[in-house]
Design a protein around this ligand. Structure first.
Ligand code: HEC
Ligand code: HEC
Length: 378
């Protein structure tokens, strides 16, 4: 009996080892399929094969050094063809109800994929009540909580929303899919990425998410300074000291430090904007009153391009933001205990400290990100 078990075990082990060894060879065998061609990505002589090329995300040095790898769902690996399709969809007004608005209408490259107006206006001219979020480094949102209130739980899931949101692109998915399906190029582009010309909303969301994961920003002047490539001004360095000091700016608890290149904790806090809330934020999603007035901590990268600031775009300038933390804090039941100087209205910065803090914050802006040719309209 024992011997029999042993043989079964050996046989199973052999199968496992065999299949593991066999796998890479199979991949080698399929490579003779001709490489895809961006203008005609399906192979016309063999329309049933598709073989998308893996896309390597360009991970900045400091990210590799300090933080966990990006989140890439196993059912939506990033591919060259997928990123190209997602980019085309992102910039294409075909997804909106009247063909006038694309994702990029509210998430434009020159504003770090955010918007320069306080609130977004959808295709019917109706305004929302939140400021469009800039989009970058989204693959490092390990908890997968998107939007100011965290209500979408993956990049893929997020992409379903805007197309049918009545105050955004105000379309229906059947209508958006029908437009793509009857388009001259899209069916073949989907085939090259997903192996089918049958387009559906899941595949649209997957392709857009692939493009969004490539929007990586890690080359600000402060990054270059940390990498030993440039020096900063004395004022910028002083501003970083203000940011880090608990008895001065005290910003780092929520917005990170030199060992967190995301410049956010990706968590939700009430940073003392209001005594009473017209927008409950996280609380409206969880139903827990202890979450009222909490919003996702935004990254401090690319602030030079993302004004106005906060979930409702209430502050037009960084000076206003800094004044808020210095002397404008409002008390409320859920205000974050990390705002330790609440009783005196804030951290009470000197004029010199405010100016230094602002110049440090601006050193986190990455002009190579907003000008990256791979991120512009195709
Ligand atoms: C009419 C303007 C508008 C359009 C069009 C639009 N968005 Fe947005 N987007 C916003 C606003 C406003 C928010 C913040 C909403 C909130 O938090 O409730 C947002 C948030 C997001 C976020 C969350 C980012 C984060 O870090 O949590 C992503 C991702 C996003 N949009 C992607 C897209 C994609 C993809 C499209 C196209 C399919 C799109 N958006 C179309 C205005 C727009
Ligand atoms: C308790 C956590 C916490 C602390 C401490 C904190 N912040 Fe914030 N910060 C937030 C949150 C949360 C938001 C978004 C709030 C909202 O929109 O409702 C925010 C928003 C911002 C914004 C707006 C960014 C944008 O894209 O809209 C800037 C700039 C900013 N903080 C800078 C600072 C500075 C500078 C300090 C230190 C003086 C600081 N923060 C301290 C949590 C914090």
């Amino acid at each position: 009996m024992n011997t029999l078990k042993k043989y079964i075990f050996l046989f199973l082990s052999f199968l496992i080892v065999f299949s593991c060894v066999k796998e890479p060879q199979k991949e080698v065998e399929t490579t003779p399929v001709p490489p895809t061609n961006p203008t005609n990505p399906t192979n016309p002589t063999n329309p049933d094969t598709f073989n998308p090329t893996p896309y390597q995300l360009a991970i900045p040095t400091l990210f590799a050094q300090y933080i966990l790898p990006p989140v890439i769902p196993s059912n939506n690996p990033t591919t060259v063809e997928g990123v190209a399709l997602g980019r085309k969809l992102f910039f294409d007004p075909i997804l909106s109800g009247n063909g006038t608005q694309s994702c990029a209408s509210c998430h434009a490259p020159q504003f770090a994929f955010g918007e320069s107006t306080t609130f977004s206006t959808g295709i019917d001219g109706i305004q929302g009540n939140r400021n469009a979020m800039p989009l970058f480094n989204m693959a490092w949102n390990w908890d997968n909580r998107f939007f100011w209130d965290g209500r979408a739980n993956s990049i893929e899931a997020q992409a379903f929303g805007p197309v049918v949101n009545p105050i955004e692109m105000h379309n229906t998915w059947p209508n958006a899919v029908a437009s793509l399906q009857s388009h001259a190029e899209y069916p073949n582009l989907f085939k090259a990425v997903f192996g089918t010309t049958n387009i559906d909303s899941v595949l649209v969301a997957k392709a857009i998410a692939q493009f969004e994961r490539t929007l990586i920003s890690g080359n600000s002047r402060f990054d270059q300074y940390l990498n030993g490539q440039i020096s900063l001004t004395a004022q910028e360095i002083e501003g970083f000291n203000v940011f880090m000091a608990e008895n001065r700016g005290d910003c780092f608890h929520c917005h990170g430090n030199a060992a967190n290149p995301l410049w956010t904790d990706n968590l939700f806090h009430n940073n003392g904007l209001d005594a009473t809330f017209s927008d409950l934020g996280l609380g409206a999603v969880t139903g827990n009153p202890a979450d009222n007035g909490k919003f996702k901590t935004p990254s401090l990268r690319n602030l030079a391009y993302t004004a106005p600031y906060m979930h409702d775009g209430r502050f037009a300038t960084l000076d206003e933001v800094i004044n808020h933390y210095s002397e404008g804090l409002q008390n409320s039941p859920t205000v974050d205990p990390l705002l330790k100087y609440l009783n005196q209205g804030g951290v009470q910065l000197s004029v010199a400290d405010k100016a230094a803090l602002k110049s440090f914050l601006l050193s986190l802006s990455d002009d190579s990100f907003i000008n990256n040719p791979d991120f512009q309209a195709p």
